[in-house]
Ligand binder design. Structure first.
Ligand SMILES: [Fe+2]
Length: 269
């Protein structure tokens, strides 16, 4: 091989090595960015939640579809297991979306309404689909709210809500104890809630099945699903263990925003 050919060969090998390295780095970088975007999605959601309707529902061709889950199925481990998250989101939440769409097929005039509007004004929903909308619309809305109320980055209650909780319940410990008792006492299937009432007071309430407090004029801030489907795979009949574990995944940034939005809404009523 001539000296010139050897130099050409070395040149080609060097260029090829550089191109391979660039390609590998790009791929790695792309994957990393994708992961970061996925991991940060929840925070992005929290930062832009002034229009809550956009976060709580998604429509494609006039049909309700599931809003994206803001974290991976295993993100809330070990407190909420991946299998429960997957089934809860893909089967239970989906079933409520399907049920709501089916009910609304009978009344196309309601199709432009948001799920919040439907649930807030249930008394105006035609009688023949009211129960279906109440159960399925409620289930759709409750779960959309619930996913956003949780995060792998929990922390502590943020200043404004923490101050309001201390004022209303004496301490965060007292509030947590009362909330836990309420959640424990839900008979059968339902939810426990922290809400603002019509006068702007913080109150702990519970609701049956998939009823949402907005139907009764409350503004929900924090909610806990105590249907067995939310915990049975991991906790079996030990609901209290699930309730206790759940506090580790409450997204206090989002709950603070919920509180501020609720105060704002109540003040405008
Ligand atoms: Fe549920």
């Amino acid at each position: 091989m001539s000296k010139r050919n050897i130099i050409t060969l070395i040149f080609i090998v060097t260029i090829k090595t550089i191109l391979t390295a660039i390609s590998f780095n790009s791929f790695t970088k792309k994957e990393t960015v994708k992961d970061i975007i996925h991991e940060n999605k929840h925070e992005q959601v929290n930062l832009n939640n002034n229009n809550t309707t956009k976060l709580l529902e998604k429509k494609v061709n006039g049909k309700f579809v599931l809003p994206p889950l803001p974290y991976k199925y295993n993100a809330l481990e070990p407190y909420i297991d991946a299998k429960t998250m997957e089934l809860h989101y893909t089967k239970h939440h989906q079933a409520y979306a399907d049920g709501l769409n089916k009910a609304l097929e009978k009344h196309p005039e309601l199709k432009s309404m948001s799920v919040e509007e439907l649930i807030t004004h249930l008394d105006t929903v035609p009688q023949d689909i009211r129960t279906e909308v109440r159960n399925n619309g409620g289930g759709y809305l409750n779960h959309s709210m619930f996913w956003l109320m949780m995060s792998p980055h929990s922390g502590e209650p943020k200043p404004e809500l923490a101050k309001a909780i201390n004022k209303s319940f004496g301490s965060f410990g007292n509030f947590k104890q009362q909330f836990n008792e309420t959640a424990k006492k839900v008979f059968g299937s339902g939810w426990a809630w922290l809400c603002l009432d019509k006068e702007g007071n913080l109150v702990i309430t519970k609701s049956k099945d998939q009823d949402n407090p907005i139907t009764n004029g409350y503004e929900p801030i924090l909610g806990l699903d105590v249907w067995e489907h939310a915990y049975y795979l991991k906790y079996q009949n030990k609901r209290f263990e699930y309730i206790d574990a759940w506090w580790n995944v409450v997204d206090w940034n989002h709950i603070e925003n919920n509180y501020k939005n609720a105060v704002d809404k109540i003040s405008k009523k």
